[in-house]
Write a protein that binds this ligand. Structure first.
Ligand SMILES: [Zn+2]
Ligand SMILES: [Zn+2]
Length: 329
């Protein structure tokens, strides 16, 4: 019996939703309006980007801005949104915290308040009724009718379901944090900076109007779409119960480590490791498990820019003393 079959038989038909899950009503309506507005712009922009790329072509400037912004915002999601704001894997001063909040919001994956609340609910009810985005249960705790439908729900369908997560229940610390709440209130400014204004300004400075258009479409809007897609693979493929990737730890959920997704997400695809040690700042447990985000956090710790870097599994300390590189050579 796989881990997930075990979960299903334990849970049976228990569809009672846990606290902090809002089904229907004005909060859900507001969530849906924002999801449709934001993703509508990103989808339309991505289609325009593909047409522009075919018709007009792109050059080194567009590719360089794409890679730079992809790396910055993926690190913002992994280090800022996920490891700092959700799991408190490390601490930092107000200026560095504000920087992490900015690049986390620039990942264009919803506000800090929503992301943190959803993700804490995901950890509390992983692949059980109550999970925000599981391949096994929908938003109201019904078993998905097929594996494919479950994967589509986890990959992105959950953003459009009629369920929301109560920030008052799951993210009181964020609500009480003036720095994080500043970025929650001004989130559309940071979405615009990421998807339009920063790529556009660099493009204009480098090559004028034509390069500006290519950078906004290809390096801005299409890049945001592709980075959201890569991140969402963690919710779907990295919860596939071992169908894709491998399980280092036998947990009562469907989590797996998947190395291609780890590469694309700078480490987040080591998701079985992460569910075993959720608070660790560095989540690689072998030389071939590439956790770029964790390595940068360890580096920032050495520079004194972050501190109290959490290391429950003892892996980060072996990297700090060089044992991992010796073991891998
Ligand atoms: Zn997960
Ligand atoms: Zn997590």
């Amino acid at each position: 019996m796989t881990a997930i079959q075990g979960v299903v038989s334990e849970e049976g038909a228990d569809r009672k939703m846990p606290p902090g899950v809002i089904v229907g009503g004005p909060v859900v309506d507001a969530k849906l309006r924002e999801s449709y507005a934001l993703l509508g712009i990103i989808y339309a922009g991505s289609v325009a980007a593909v047409i522009w790329t075919i018709m007009q072509g792109i050059g080194w400037a567009e590719i360089a801005v794409f890679v730079g912004m992809f790396g910055l915002t993926m690190f913002g999601m992994g280090a800022g949104m996920h490891r700092l704001l959700v799991h408190r894997s490390f601490r930092c001063g107000p200026v560095v915290r504000a920087f992490f909040c900015a690049i986390a919001t620039m990942a264009v994956q919803g506000s800090i308040l929503k992301w943190v609340a959803h993700h804490r609910r995901h950890h509390l009810y992983t692949d059980k009724p109550g999970d925000a985005h599981s391949p096994y249960y929908d938003g109201v705790g019904n078993r998905h009718v097929s594996f494919v439908k479950g994967m589509l729900h986890a990959q992105g369908g959950w953003v459009f379901d009629h369920v929301a997560t109560d920030g008052e229940y799951y993210a009181k610390d964020i609500l009480a944090d003036p720095i994080a709440m500043f970025f929650v209130r001004t989130r559309w400014v940071w979405y615009g900076m990421s998807a339009v204004f920063i790529p556009g300004a660099i493009g204009y400075a480098v090559g004028g109007f034509h390069t500006m258009m290519g950078c906004v479409l290809f390096s801005g809007l299409l890049r945001v779409y592709l980075s959201i897609t890569a991140t969402s693979l963690v919710n779907s493929v990295c919860h596939s119960d071992g169908r894709y990737g491998y399980r280092r730890f036998e947990l009562n959920d469907g989590t797996t480590n998947e190395l291609v997704i780890s590469f694309l997400t700078l480490g987040e695809g080591l998701h079985n490791n992460h569910h075993r040690f959720p608070r660790d700042a560095y989540i690689s447990h072998a030389w071939y498990e590439f956790d770029m985000t964790g390595l940068i956090i360890l580096g920032l710790g050495k520079l004194g820019l972050v501190h109290d870097v959490f290391d429950g599994s003892g892996r980060a300390s072996t990297v700090a003393t060089g044992e991992t590189s010796r073991a891998g050579s």
